[in-house]
Design a protein around this ligand. Structure first.
Ligand SMILES: NC(=O)c1ccc[n+]([C@@H]2O[C@H](COP(=O)([O-])OP(=O)(O)OC[C@H]3O[C@@H](n4cnc5c(N)ncnc54)[C@H](O)[C@@H]3O)[C@@H](O)[C@H]2O)c1
Length: 328
């Protein structure tokens, strides 16, 4: 059995990765300190080849390489997926220090344990490394336009550090690694209150409130359903690709379009909910859209889940969440 460690395994994306790798026959050790993740995301897992450790991967006194993971003793270590890191803009304000630590100390710890066992490392990077891009859509060879002292700097620059750390070890340390640059992803296990447009609109739709739209609503976003993203990460892990790969959905949609779909899926056709327009957000990236030709050609990957299907599943999840929160 091949054993992998997933950092941030109780988070939104990390928990879906646990499900997928277990389904594919891997043994999985998930580690997480519950900073932004939660036990509910992994409580459903009932598999002898799954083990969970609550710990801070950025604790310099307890480096991953020195920990006595049960499944590692049994199976050795085949891979490390470093996904620990808060990712929502509301977290940049709450946890800047934690973000800087998990992407620096935490990434070095992930590199060390991967190297020690000659395991393949996948680094969860982000489209934010492109900053406010001057090139559309973004290709992996674009170096980005990032503000080192802006409100997103703790995240953007920390991820750029993480990429630099991984690529240095690839170049000079013999590390086998892949870097996935993740573009906006949505789906079940996102937090309703994480401040991003999909959970915002879904919450408003389900509560029967008016939709809040910043700007005129014609600005576009491209969102990838989590199962598609996880499939891309899985293919990257199983490949030998050593260069960064964008994974995201290149189909751009206007915010108005999203609101229309959420309206239909939460209330039914023809029963239109009102929209309230606010001034545009100052630090909003104007536009970001992945060029996925590299993922297509090297991994044979492209997104498959359409917006209606993905949103339906996400809304069903949020609905259940809201009901549980009311009854408890
Ligand atoms: N969701 C997206 O759209 C998106 C986009 C680009 C990149 N990413 C990247 O994907 C990864 C996962 O993001 P997500 O959306 O699932 O966010 P998330 O907040 O749901 O998951 C992150 C997880 O990491 C854990 N964590 C944070 N610091 C830790 C530490 N020091 N030690 C152990 N665990 C720690 C959190 O508790 C949480 O469970 C992140 O690296 C993020 O930067 C996500």
């Amino acid at each position: 059995v091949k054993h992998i460690i997933i950092t941030g395994g109780a988070g939104f994306i990390g928990s879906h990765l646990c499900d997928r790798f277990l389904k594919e026959g891997y043994a999985v050790t998930a580690v997480d300190n519950f900073l932004t993740g939660r036990a509910e995301n992994i409580n459903h897992i009932n598999d002898p080849n799954f083990s969970f450790w609550q710990l801070n991967v950025a604790n310099p006194d307890l480096p991953l390489v020195e920990l006595d993971f049960k499944l590692l003793r049994e199976y050795g270590l085949h891979g490390v997926l470093h996904f620990a890191c808060p990712a929502s803009p509301v977290d940049f304000e709450r946890f800047p220090r934690e973000i800087l630590e998990v992407d620096s100390i935490g990434t070095l710890a992930a590199i060390d344990i991967a190297k020690h066992h000659s395991a393949r490392l996948i680094l969860a990077s982000t489209s934010e490394v492109y900053g406010d891009p001057q090139l559309h859509p973004q290709k992996e060879n674009y170096w980005g336009n990032v503000n080192t002292i802006g409100p997103r700097a703790c995240y953007d620059e920390a991820k750029r550090f993480a990429e630099a750390a991984v690529s240095s070890e690839q170049r000079w340390g013999g590390l086998n690694a892949g870097i996935v640059r993740i573009f906006n992803t949505y789906g079940p296990r996102m937090r309703l209150n994480d401040g991003r447009v999909v959970p915002n609109l879904c919450g408003q739709g389900l509560r029967g409130e008016a939709f809040t739209i910043h700007g005129d609503g014609f600005q576009t976003r491209s969102f990838c359903y989590v199962d598609d993203l996880v499939d891309g990460v899985f293919k990257l892990f199983e490949s030998n690709v050593q260069i960064p790969v964008n994974i995201g959905n290149p189909q751009e949609r206007s915010i108005r379009d999203f609101a229309d779909w959420v309206n239909i899926l939460t209330r039914g056709k023809g029963r239109d909910r009102s929209r309230v327009y606010h001034p545009p957000r100052e630090d909003d990236p104007k536009q970001r859209c992945p060029d996925i030709s590299r993922a297509k050609s090297l991994l044979g990957w492209e997104p498959k889940v359409g917006l209606e299907e993905g949103l339906s599943k996400t809304i069903a999840y949020f609905k259940k969440e809201m009901m549980t929160n009311v009854t408890h």
